[in-house]
Design a protein around this ligand. Sequence first.
Ligand code: NAP
Length: 290
Amino acid sequence: MTRHRKGGEFAVILVTGGTGNVGGHVVRQLVEAGEKVRVLTRDPDAHSFPDEIEVVPGDLRRPETLSEALSGAPRVFLFPVMSGLDGFLHAARRADTRHLVMLSSAAVTFPRLGWIGEKHLQLENEVSASGIPSTFVRPGAFMTNDLAWKREIQEAGVVRAAYGNAATAPVDSRDIAAVSVRALLDERTGESFTLTGPESLTQIERVRIIAETVGWPVRFEELSRDEHRQLILRRLAGLPEAGVDELLDLLAENVGKSADVLPTVEEVTGRPAFTYAEWAATAGFAPTRP
Ligand SMILES: NC(=O)c1ccc[n+]([C@@H]2O[C@H](COP(=O)([O-])OP(=O)(O)OC[C@H]3O[C@@H](n4cnc5c(N)ncnc54)[C@H](OP(=O)(O)O)[C@@H]3O)[C@@H](O)[C@H]2O)c1
């Protein structure tokens, strides 16, 4: 295990986004690896962490709030805020940050970038231009996106969506975190890791796996593109319409095709990626019975 000493102490690793999904797993896995971890959050009172984890206030878009977070933390897991990262990068350079591992997106590798790819590529370029040694972790669709189905599964035993036969190879956030943690601990600067889950699955197949995992009947109901579009706009308030159309276009393009499955998770971590069934078993889809 690689550890950085600073002033006789093992240096802390700063995890931004550590109160969220991927960052939360990064925090847990770093602690399990014996590292000292500091979590940045805009609202420390809203989150509780074990005592050994330092929690500091700060906002990635407001560099004047970041000096405490960056002090003595040469390695940083970086959550990709979509604008205003330049201030953070200036602050990180001043604080002598030596390695940034940024959560990016597989969309930066797509032949047609679209809104999501362009946004993430712009962030990657800003990070590269900062001169701070960096690593980009580029996952495809997250398994956790399907948590959007949880309520209707529990309440009505149904999932409604367009393009039921569209396949993706969704990836478990624990694997995205595990690759990020290896990049931090093994100092894999200058590298980019594009990740998928271990199997190509259509939406209909994923609903079947959830039903089998929870032992509860769940059916898939096909929506029109426009009905699904309205649903995403309600669920993902904040995603611009261009991003919503891009998600729908990706689904439409993947109907009847197998999604690419990449070996990255196993290559980097030395163990197989979590399957969709393994994820679904931990995702709390089972209805709470009265
Ligand atoms: N969903 C997908 O299929 C997919 C695929 C590829 C890539 N991605 C990337 O993954 C990201 C989502 O990751 P996730 O699921 O881990 O996110 P998440 O669970 O929504 O967590 C968001 C985290 O970001 C922090 N944050 C947000 N704005 C901040 C700011 N201004 N300053 C400091 N912290 C801030 C939040 O911290 P506080 O609220 O505590 O401050 C929180 O910890 C997407 O935005 C996208 O870039 C997603």
